[in-house]
Write a protein that binds this ligand. Structure first.
Ligand code: C5P
Length: 243
């Protein structure tokens, strides 16, 4: 059971996996309705840190999802830079090791202390939701996704991160193990939407019931003809879920 309260609106993170013009058009439509936007590689590498400030000026909280993975010294520097850029939430790959995650966490904490702000939410990436058992085995990991998420999530916990990113399928086990974790689940597919490249998916209601604190939703909102209506439909679905 989630031991902290999050409103349905606060639980939905809209992924802007597109270029700057489209991202700003989507942000304008969602302004005043959505709380969180996600900036990933596509948008960040096109625009740079200025996109974070731009979206924050519009009143959004910004999840900068660059999935940091390098030697500890580099990840510390990158996490520090993203904190200075205004990220409210950021990600690093658990497979980078405990030392790497600890360095990233230290970078975030130092940068937050320098600015006198609350530290951003730090998340360990476990197993991408686009990966299934066969893909995991093909890169030499002979565990199933659930056990691999458990092993990697433990490293995030030990490193002092705020939580993890996993698929809705593994959220329940994690919520039982780590009651105050921020558990962010991509792979969200409302009924009658396509899976596309996502493999480990669930509906918004199931993901929340199983213990996710936040949902990342991209194309089921952004690729529709009416993104605001799609956002409201998911928000309504969450309003009816008892957590
Ligand atoms: O469009 P869709 O809803 O599939 O987008 C999912 C988003 O979640 C993408 O921005 C992707 O980068 C992100 N993500 C993911 N799996 C993870 C971590 C992040 O799909 N494990």
């Amino acid at each position: 059971m989630l031991d902290f309260k999050v409103s349905p609106q606060e639980r939905i993170i809209v992924a802007l996996d597109c270029g700057e013009a489209r991202a700003l058009a989507l942000a304008t439509q969602l302004k005043g309705h959505a709380s969180w936007l996600k900036v990933g590689m596509t948008l960040y590498y096109q625009v740079g840190p200025a996109i974070v400030a731009r979206l924050k000026d519009m009143g959004f909280k910004v999840f900068v999802d660059l999935k940091l993975h390098d030697i500890p010294h580099q990840v510390k520097g990158a996490a520090c830079a993203l904190t200075h850029a205004g990220a409210d939430m950021l990600t690093m790959h658990c497979s980078g090791s405990l030392a790497m995650l600890k360095a990233g966490e230290a970078g975030v904490r130092e940068a937050a202390a320098e600015q006198g702000i609350i530290k951003p939410i730090t998340l360990g990436i476990t197993v991408l939701t686009s990966i299934n058992e066969a893909a995991l085995n093909s890169i030499g990991v002979m565990r199933d996704c659930n056990d691999q998420v458990a092993a990697l999530g433990k490293i995030a916990y030990d490193a002092g991160l705020s939580g993890i990113v996993c698929s809705p399928h593994e959220a329940k086990r994690w919520r039982q193990n780590w009651s105050d974790a921020v558990i962010v689940t991509p792979g969200i597919r409302p009924l009658s939407t396509k899976n596309e490249d996502q493999m480990r998916t669930a509906t918004p209601a199931i993901a929340i019931k199983d213990g996710a604190s936040h949902l990342v939703v991209g194309r089921p909102i952004t690729a529709t003809t009416d993104p605001l209506a799609a956002f409201f439909s998911i928000k309504n679905e969450l309003t009816n879920v008892a957590t």
